[in-house]
Design a protein around this ligand. Structure first.
Ligand SMILES: Nc1ncnc2c1ncn2[C@@H]1O[C@H](COP(=O)(O)OP(=O)(O)OP(=O)(O)O)[C@@H](O)[C@H]1O
Length: 297
C-alpha cells in the first residue's frame, strides 16, 4: 500500500449510453436509488472453500457498467478464486452471481462468450504454434454458429463466419498495433507483446465485461505503462466493464474507478482508490497485522 501514495488518479469515466443490462435486484444494487448506475455484475454472499480452507467468505459487491474495478489483496487473499467464480470455473458453496440480466449459482463457463464475458489469464494461455492473427482468430471460435461439419466442408454459413471473423481479427490486430507482427509465431514475441495478443484475443469476442488476471505480471515498467494505456483505450473504445486482478498497486490506483480489497477471503474494503489506500484495515492487511475479527474467516 505504501507504494501507492504517489499514484495519480484518473477521473472516473462519464456515463456512456451503452445498451443496459438489466440489473439483478440485490440489497447492494437497489434499482430505486437514482444516483447508482446499473450493475454489469453482482456478487452476492459468495463463499468457496477447498477442503478445510475457506478461499472466499461471504463476498458481496456490484460492478457498475463501464467501470474499471480492481480486485487487490495480499497473496492467498482469494482474488483468483473470485475471478474463477465469476468466469464459471468454480461453483461457489454459497451465493449468486448476477450477469447479463441473469442470476447464476454457477456461471456456465462454456457460455461465457455468449454472455458477453471474456478473460485473460495470469499465465499466458496462447497457442504457441499459431501466429498472432491465428491466436486472435481463436477468440471468435466460441461465437461461431456453423457446425463442425459445415466448417470442414466450407459451407455457406461457415464461409461467411470465417470471413467475418478474419475481418474482426484484423481490425483488432490493428487496434492493438500488432500489425507489424501479425504473421509471427507468438512464441517468438517478447512477453509484453504476447500479453497484448492475449488481450486482442479476448477483445475480438466483443465482450461487455473483460476479466483481466494480472495483466501486468512479469512486465517491465515501460511495458506496464504501455499496457495500461491499451486497457484504457479499449475500455473507452468498446464501452467495456473491466474487472482486473493486479499486484502493481500504483497501476491499480492509476487505472481503477473503484477497488475491492480481499484479505483471508473476506472483503475488507470497496471504494475509490483514494478511500481504499487510506483505509486502516487495508493498510493493516498489507502490513500483515492480525485482527481478532478476521480470525474466524
Ligand atoms: N484449487 C485449489 N485447491 C486448494 N486450495 C486452493 C485452490 N485454489 C486456491 N486455494 C487456496 O485458497 C486460498 C485463496 O487462493 P487464491 O489463489 O484465490 O488467492 P490469490 O489472492 O489469488 O493469491 P495470489 O495473489 O497468491 O495469486 C489460498 O489459501 C489458496 O491456497
Amino acid at each position: 500500500m505504501t507504494t501507492a501514495t504517489s499514484a495519480v488518479l484518473q477521473p472516473a469515466p462519464s456515463y456512456r449510453d451503452v445498451p443496459p443490462i438489466e440489473a439483478v435486484a440485490t440489497p447492494s444494487t437497489p434499482k430505486t436509488e437514482p444516483a447508482r448506475r446499473q450493475a454489469a455484475l453482482t456478487l452476492e454472499h459468495i463463499s468457496l472453500s477447498f477442503g478445510g480452507i475457506a478461499a472466499l467468505g461471504d463476498v458481496s459487491f456490484a460492478v457498475e457498467l463501464g467501470e474499471i474495478r480492481a480486485i487487490i489483496g495480499p497473496n492467498g487473499a482469494g482474488k483468483s478464486s473470485l475471478l474463477n467464480v465469476i468466469s464459471g470455473i468454480y461453483r461457489p458453496d454459497h451465493g449468486h452471481i448476477g450477469l447479463a440480466g441473469r442470476d447464476f449459482r454457477q456461471v456456465p463457463a462454456s457460455k461465457l462468450a455468449t454472455l458477453g464475458v471474456a478473460r485473460t489469464f495470469q499465465n499466458l494461455a496462447l497457442f504457441s504454434g499459431l501466429d498472432v492473427l491465428g491466436n486472435v482468430l481463436m477468440g471468435r471460435a466460441a461465437l461461431r454458429h456453423a457446425g463442425f461439419i459445415g466448417q470442414i466442408l466450407g459451407l455457406g454459413q461457415a464461409r461467411r463466419e470465417d470471413k467475418d471473423a478474419r475481418e474482426r481479427a484484423e481490425r483488432m490486430v490493428d487496434f492493438l498495433d500488432l500489425q507489424p507482427v501479425r504473421n509471427r509465431p507468438v512464441a517468438t514475441l517478447p512477453y509484453g507483446l504476447q500479453k497484448r495478443v492475449e488481450l486482442a484475443r479476448a477483445l475480438v469476442a466483443e465482450p461487455r465485461i473483460l476479466l483481466l488476471d494480472e495483466p501486468m505480471a512479469g512486465m517491465t515498467a515501460a511495458e506496464k505503462t504501455e499496457i495500461a494505456e491499451v486497457i484504457r483505450k479499449a475500455q473507452r473504445q468498446f464501452d467495456l466493464t473491466i474487472v482486473m486482478i493486479e499486484h502493481d498497486i500504483g497501476m491499480v490506483m492509476d487505472l481503477s474507478d473503484r477497488v475491492v480489497v480481499l484479505d483471508h477471503g473476506r472483503l475488507i474494503a470497496d471504494g475509490t482508490p483514494q478511500a481504499v489506500q487510506a483505509d486502516q484495515a487495508v493498510i493493516d492487511a498489507y502490513l500483515g497485522v492480525a485482527h481478532d475479527d478476521r480470525d474466524g474467516a
